[in-house]
Ligand binder design. Sequence first.
Ligand code: GLU
Length: 596
Amino acid sequence: MRTVRSVLTVGVVTTLVLTGAAAPGQAQPQPPKQAVAVGSGGAVVSNTPESTQAGIDVLRRGGTAADAAVAVAATLGVTDPYVAGLGGGGYFVYYDAHTKKISTIDGREATPAADGPKMFIDPATGQPYPFETAVESGRSVGVPGMLATWQRALDKWGRFSLADNLRPAEQVADRGFVVDPAFSNQTTEEAAKLGQFSSSAKLFLPGGKAPAAGSVFRNPDLAATYRQIGREGIGAFYGGPVGRDLVNTVQHLPLAKNATITPIPGPMQLSDLRAYRALDAAPTHVNYRGYDVYSMAPSSSGGITVGESLNILQNFDLGKMSTVQALHHYLEASRLAFADRNRYIGDARYVDVPQQQLLSRSFAATRACKIDPARAGQSPVAPGDPYHPQGCKTVPAASADGNENHTNHFVVTDKQGNVVSYTNTIEQQAGSGITVPGRGFVLNNELTDFNFAPTQGTAPDPNLPAAGKRPRSSMSPSIVLRDGKPFLAVGSPGGATIITTVLQILVNRIDLGMSLPQAIAAPRASQRNAATTDAEAAFIAQPTTAGLEALGQSFTDVGDIGVAAGLEFLPHGRVLAAGEPARRDGGTSAAVVSRR
Ligand code: GLU
């Protein structure tokens, strides 16, 4: 049976045929991606139509947003394996409609106990390894937090078992999915990396090439792994047979015969997997013009940096400014907040992060007064002093930060009004490039998010590696309440640009009068305390750019920035599910349970 539903896209009404029940064992062509859907009874926005459908199916069967989120995340491990799946980690933000509280789970990857401060220093030279060396190595593989996060979310907010919620992903992995141009292109882009490892080449480069668009891609190893985890519980991963295979892979890298690199293995042990915990954490919170913005606390820098930027902007009335001035203030606020992020934020279990001070209005006032409406700041600008927020004071030295790669963000809501905003990743596109043989998933290279050597001059660097420490992230899964009720849920991938993408969407929606689809579709610019601002070509092409350049702003075209997914809660229990238009990185897939 096929269901025909009509959905609203940005400015256009179109008709979409969603997959109905698949004939068992048969891959179906993926339905076209829809950027926007409006309705009730629950909604999902995620990167692929299969993962969105998996979430919608769980919601239809009476699952909660947490159940559906696990189904979506596990299916993304099949259909979007270069940015998602068991080998990675992420941050899960949840609004509980019953208690009206927002909670978060930190499922970030952790450094193995046997590694530490010198892990990215080449003993032969005493110098940091080149970034490229670290990227394709066992050294960069952090202890994955993904599965522990799923189980924790289900323990707290789920109705169904882990096995039940893994089943849709198992089915897609078994029967396969029809490869779209995005998956085919990503595989081609990463072929050199994947080709270094025999297990990855076997799975992703059959016959030595990326699967062509239109062919069927199956991952029976992953289906079997999910089934085993469903049967045996997460212990199968955190200490059991799946974990043993993982540890063995990291220690003895499955190099291809024709490999051109000699990657460094990693020291991960089974005990690291046994010791891993997804951590319950309080969200960050700021009130921005009456909206309560909740996001992710350290080990992510996302919530604090978005929050500080909003607090800085609160000192100005962006809605009343010219567009050039509003954008100038947006760029300047993030420039300043990034200086503070780089100086002060790391894993708060290892370094003293002045979170309360960084999110205080009084500190934001000392940063706002640094903004010159007539002139762009000269980066690197110095960080402020959150411990003594007075006047317009700064402390010396700062540095830019530019990690940017691939991740995924998705959002789910259910008919009770619970909300999930979940950003997760294996760090770079295709992570470390290493597939665990026979298990069907790729390992992260998240530990490259540490600074390999001090970046803060004579001041301490909060993001140096240490045993057990989680590298600083930029992931900013956010939920915004108004009058205590959900208003928005939003987030994006994009490395450090995640922070500015989330900030820009909030400013577009709250200050600049855009609808959520417009706020997401609008061209992006990302200023991270660097001499020039990274921007999309469409941003640079805007008429406002000349005005910004006259103020000393300059822009570099870096291609697409981010792949956002959001929800806006409308009156009468309706929800607007909004993702990316297809032109930005292939777009995302939005759907609702009922169009009413
Ligand atoms: N590893 C990055 C972070 O945690 C995310 C990577 C990405 O978005 O591409 O900030």
